[in-house]
Write a protein that binds this ligand. Sequence first.
Ligand code: MN
Length: 309
Amino acid sequence: MYKDEWFIMNYTLSLSNDQATDVIEKFKEHQVEPTNNYTLFRAKYKSATLTIFKTYTLIVQGSGAQKVFEEICSLLGLEVAEKEEKPQVKTELHSIIGTDEVGTGDFFGPIVVAGAFVPKNKIPYLMRLGIKDSKKMSDERVRAVAPILMKELPYSMLVLDNLKYNFLTRVRGCNMNKLKAHLHNNVIYKLLQIVKEYDRIVIDAFTTKEKYFEYIKDEKIKVENVDLEEKAESKHLAVAAASIIARYGFILEFDRLSKEVGLELPKGAGGKVDLAISKIMKLKSERFFDRIAKTNFKNFERYKRKDSI
Ligand code: MN
């Protein structure tokens, strides 16, 4: 009757490589064709469908899911939760707005903050897309998956370009966390213009809740009902989706800057970045960096010190 009723019958489990092999071995007689590229193995057995994704996440769904899930648990020697309890591995069913940021550790390129709304009935779909481990996703995967998320989910994104960043940090004396807080608050506010019904708002924590509100205390509009959670990206699909969308925005901007400089800019703030600074400095002025980089990073200080010796 309800769109997500079937999902309540879902049981999920994160498998190790060996456990996945054991489960596949046991159910291989019942194997059916996978329905997408993210599926490693799929079987139909006793009124249940059993799917193992390439991320080794196992999902059992259907009216026989509980029985089959119990069989799998005993095969793997795992304890199943008591009957009257909810299974411990059951996925939480909340409609969540999540936010995350990208670019704060990169000398080159902007800071991008994105927010995404995942209504609970879209959770199974997102799990099938295999978006849980976005930190481990390659740029290629991000380029492929982010446009799908942006089509399927309500989202918002803000890009703080380098000129603005350098102005705010150098002239206004803003610190990184204050900028992040400002951006997250605004991304959420934008998203709330299109999302009216949700259970929670979760920010991937970069500071404490107390400091977050201290940072945004002078803002005209403050969204108050937010939680900051550590490692929220691995706990909430909405935060994972937001981080993929933010990474996508960052990658596109990075492509544009690389083209403008005529050099493939390195990410991060390591030795490759130091090398790139020297190369660019041969062609452009110091002020050019205001447009492509965060000039308060140590990389830039180091270069200027070396240069003046
Ligand atoms: Mn984060």
